[in-house]
Design a protein around this ligand. Structure first.
Ligand code: GDP
Ligand code: IMO
Ligand code: MG
Length: 427
């Protein structure tokens, strides 16, 4: 049995898409298990960039089965648009499977997301406004509409009616914005239903079968550990569980099936949206890294907040998901820096804090403890052999691995598929 999992170890946009695409070369299957089109995973190959949102990052390989699993929230309109864009780029999605149990995102979820953000004002989360939170809320509230419901016209019509009535009340009476026309939504969604029907299947059974047949199954996390709804910087989080445990639930498998868990760690940190970010650099250093790395959102185009690598947060993420290996990405971005800092712990009133703070007021008061490394000042993107990396670069990598307590597995030195150094082969 060969399985591997790719999980964001920070606040998202670590380069999970690049790592998944790289590993997918030898995978039979790639499975997305949580999140929705709030994800933006960019895969670059042959000089072409493919920004993916709902589509698993294995889609560029013609023979690889790509699964949108049970824990995902699916906006069918957005999915069909994504499929069309890929088709225009010569990529067909024939090998796509969508879980019968996945939840469906509706326009009222998007409008509720926007309205709630507006209502919160300065307390807003800074969501991607794709209706992710309201859709997961409906699931937990047991009024969500699943893909299998959408496949059954009668069941769907009844569930949609209840939801449109309820959402219109909320939208009009609570938020003071316009509601939706039931008949129009019904007809639009029945139309999407026919388009996605050929891909719909029981993906829990499919994944379980493929894993037990010994196929190479790769699980692709979206979002990241520090955005986990329970364990991240709540409430500034997403509404799913981007951890190894969350992937088990969202893919419909047990924890023993999950091997080779890679925590993807960008060599510095970024965050989009609001919320605490202890190592944020709102200064020249932050601006310089943002421009060097072009840190602007794939989905929203928002400038990402930038800071030094927070190894303390990554150590917490490693514990949440039992990382087996680290996949360090965007290391080449640091090539020109004279010195590089890493946060190795947090302190408050001169005392180091052992637990990762839950209380955001407290988290805002902690001071990061930094360790400074000399920059290697050399271009590394052409290097494919770990031993050929500059000594200072290896010292930096090995020290962060030691601090986090997880061995190095993959080092990414550029966005292209080939710009990768592999220390741990899994397939
Ligand atoms: P994801 O959401 O975790 O998949 O990450 P994003 O795709 O949103 O953002 C990562 C960005 O970094 C993408 O534009 C990738 O093409 C790019 N990228 C990934 N790995 C590397 C790397 O090692 N070096 C450089 N320079 N870019 C990288
Ligand atoms: P990938 O998979 C970075 C952030 C949003 C916001 C919070 C809640 O590309 O790493 P949501 O729309 O999910 O309700 O927003 O989570 N967020 C992400 N940040 N990368 C992502 O995905 C994200 N998906 C959501 O910016 O702060
Ligand atoms: Mg992204």
């Amino acid at each position: 049995m060969a399985t591997a999992m790719v999980i964001g170890a920070q606040w998202g946009d670590e380069g999970k898409g690049k790592i998944v695409d790289y590993l997918a070369a030898k995978a039979d299957v790639v499975v997305r298990s949580q999140g929705g089109n709030n994800a933006g995973h960019t895969v670059v190959t042959g000089g072409k960039a493919y920004p993916l949102r709902l589509m698993p990052s294995g889609i560029l390989y013609p023979g690889t089965i790509c699964i949108i699993g049970t824990g995902v929230v699916v906006d069918p309109k957005s999915l069909l648009e994504e499929m069309k864009k890929l088709e225009d780029q010569g990529i067909d999605a024939k090998h796509l499977c969508i879980s019968t149990r996945a939840q469906v995102v509706f326009p009222y979820h998007i409008r509720l997301d926007e309205a709630e953000e507006a209502r919160k004002g300065s307390r807003k989360i800074g969501t991607t406004k794709n209706g992710i939170g309201p859709c997961y809320a409906d699931k937990i509230n047991r009024i969500g509409i699943r893909i299998c419901d959408l496949m059954d016209k009668e069941v769907f019509a009844e569930k949609l009616k209840y939801n449109v009535e309820q959402k219109n009340m909320l939208l009009e009476k609570l938020y003071g914005v316009e509601g939706f026309d039931y008949e129009k939504m019904l007809s639009d969604y029945l139309n999407y239903a026919e388009k996605i029907r050929p891909y719909v299947t029981d993906t829990n059974y499919l994944v379980q079968t493929l894993v037990s047949e010994g196929k190479n199954v790769l699980f692709e996390g979206a979002q990241a550990s520090m955005l986990d709804c329970d364990n991240g910087t709540y409430p500034f989080v997403t509404s799913s569980h981007p951890t190894a445990g969350g992937a088990c639930i969202g893919a419909g498998i047990g924890p023993h099936m999950m091997k080779n868990i890679f925590g993807v760690v960008k060599a510095y940190s970024t965050r989009v949206g609001e919320g605490p970010f202890p190592t944020e650099q709102k200064n020249e250093t932050g601006n310089r890294i943002r421009e060097l790395a072009h840190e602007y959102g794939t989905v929203t185009g928002r400038p990402r907040r930038v800071g030094w690598l927070d190894a303390r947060a990554v150590k917490y993420a490693a514990a949440l998901s039992s990382f087996d290996y680290l996949a360090i990405t965007r290391l080449d971005i640091l090539d020109s820096l004279e010195e590089i800092k890493v946060c190795v712990g947090y302190e408050y009133e001169g005392k180091e804090i052992k637990e990762y703070p839950a209380d955001l007021k407290f988290l805002e008061k902690v001071t990061p403890i930094y360790k400074t490394y000399e920059g290697w000042k050399e271009k590394i993107s052409d290097i494919r052999d770990y031993d050929e990396l500059p000594e200072k670069c290896k010292a930096y990598l090995e020290d962060i691995s030691r601090i986090i307590g997880v061995p190095l597995g993959i080092i990414s030195v550029g966005p292209e598929r080939e710009e990768t150094i592999v220390l741990k082969k899994v397939f």
